[in-house]
Design a binder for this molecule. Structure first.
Ligand code: FMN
Length: 196
């Protein structure tokens, strides 16, 4: 099958037996079967360090040297035609390892360009942005807290990618979900990836 393009899967969960691991597996398997070239970036397995160091902060705006500490990851993001993020919601945000990826890799002149006093998208190579997330609490509880991860993906990351086609596939209420809800969600993810 000819490649539909290259998709970077950014995955952030430390436990292989977790539900997010099952979601990740469905995402990678389905995209691969559908003809995508998948760059599967398991941040924990790769031992990604999420800490933006003192030196990195000082050089943050120094283009192009700012990419040096994370060049490999910058190249992987820039080589992608699409991005899929898979992560659980922790403290109404990304797990630290994924937040740190965005801090360290989504740099000036990579994910955004400062032009004429404004911020312009940098990752216009990314034509599709999907996120698969799970929450312990209900959608109502997340809403009452402003649902920051939903906004971070569908607004901030989406803008950085040049406002591509987007989909946020969230499963709420993991504190109560049972086998039928979990199975149905994996099926929803599979269908979304088939149609990706
Ligand atoms: C450190 C930590 C922080 C969490 N914070 C939240 C939270 O702010 N809101 C929420 O709805 N669930 C929260 N949860 C619940 C997780 O979202 C839930 O455990 C996860 O979605 C289940 O997926 P998993 O089985 O793949 O880990 C938290 C869980 C952990 C471990």
């Amino acid at each position: 099958m000819s490649s539909k393009g290259r998709v970077l899967v950014l995955y952030a969960h430390p436990c292989p037996e977790s539900f997010n691991a099952a979601v990740h597996e469905v995402v990678v398997e389905t995209l691969t079967k559908s003809g995508w070239e998948v760059d599967d970036c398991d941040l924990n397995v790769e031992g990604f360090s999420p800490v933006l160091t003192e030196a990195e902060r000082r050089a943050y705006h120094d283009i192009p040297e700012n990419i040096e500490p994370v060049r490999e990851y910058v190249e992987r993001v820039q080589a992608a035609d699409a991005l899929v993020m898979v992560f659980p919601v922790w403290n109404f945000g990304y797990p630290a390892i994924l937040k740190g990826f965005l801090d360290r890799v989504f740099l000036p002149d990579v994910s955004f360009k400062l032009q004429d006093g404004g911020v312009r998208p940098g990752l216009t190579n990314i034509k599709k942005l999907y996120a698969c997330t799970t929450y312990g609490g209900t959608r109502f509880r997340a809403m009452m807290n402003g649902d920051p991860p939903r906004k971070c993906v569908t607004r901030a990351v989406w803008y950085a990618c040049g406002m591509p086609k987007k989909k946020y596939i969230g499963l709420y209420d993991m504190n109560n979900n049972q086998e039928p809800q979990l199975k149905a969600h994996l099926e929803r993810v599979r269908r979304a990836m088939e149609a990706f």
